[in-house]
Write a protein that binds this ligand. Structure first.
Ligand SMILES: [Zn+2]
Length: 207
């Protein structure tokens, strides 16, 4: 089954995609990871992407699209895949329109729920491990279980920053959701519960 996962930042899309990948035995393709992989392996596209990122530039659409297309042609994708973080725009969706998509799972929650949830994230200042004060609690408040580093809140995870990211997401993704709605592929899933509840609903949506 070929699946696209959509959802705002902080909805737990990556976590749900990872679990779904294990459950269904198909790869989880996250654009960010793929980019890092290509850079690490110094592929032609990776080298191109790195030179742009080193100059503080965004990796342009056509490079990302090229990477995705290459990836989707791999043998491990022939029984299906889960796309996470791609497509983000109608243009990107059009670029992969020759690849059959079976379901587009749209995970949703209100801004209030997401702001509340992300603002409870803490990051270890030493090892970078990400905690969550409700779901992945450190044993000792304020300190990392793995390395005893001090836990901080990222600037990006503060309410004002989250609200801005959500605004950008909604503006950019709304047209994409309508695009897939017209193709009758969208299944809405409630992402306001715990990660376990969310995963059950995602699983139901693709079953
Ligand atoms: Zn740590």
């Amino acid at each position: 089954m070929n699946i696209v996962l959509l959802g705002p930042p902080g909805i737990g899309k990556g976590t749900a995609a990872g679990k779904l990948s294990k459950k269904l035995g198909i790869p989880h393709i996250a654009t960010g990871d793929m980019l890092r992989e290509n850079v690490a392996q110094k592929t032609e596209l990776g080298v191109k992407a790195k030179s742009l990122m080193d100059r503080g530039l965004l990796v342009p659409d056509d490079v990302v699209i090229e990477m995705i297309k290459e990836k989707l042609q791999n043998d491990d994708c022939k029984n299906g895949f889960i796309l996470d973080g791609f497509p983000r725009t109608i243009n990107q969706a059009e670029e992969i329109k020759d690849i059959k998509i079976d379901k587009v799972v749209n995970i949703q929650a209100s801004d209030e729920v997401i702001v509340e949830r992300i603002s409870r994230r803490r990051v270890c200042s030493k090892c970078g491990f990400i905690y969550h004060l409700d779901f992945i609690k450190p044993n000792r408040e304020g300190f990392c279980d793995k390395c005893s580093g001090i836990l901080n809140q990222r600037e990006d995870d503060k309410p004002e920053a989250i609200k801005e990211r959500l605004k950008v997401y909604r503006e950019k993704t709304e047209p994409l959701i309508n695009y897939y709605k017209e193709k009758d592929l969208i299944v809405d899933v409630d992402g306001s519960g715990t990660p376990e509840e969310e995963f059950e609903l995602v699983l139901k949506a693709v079953s």
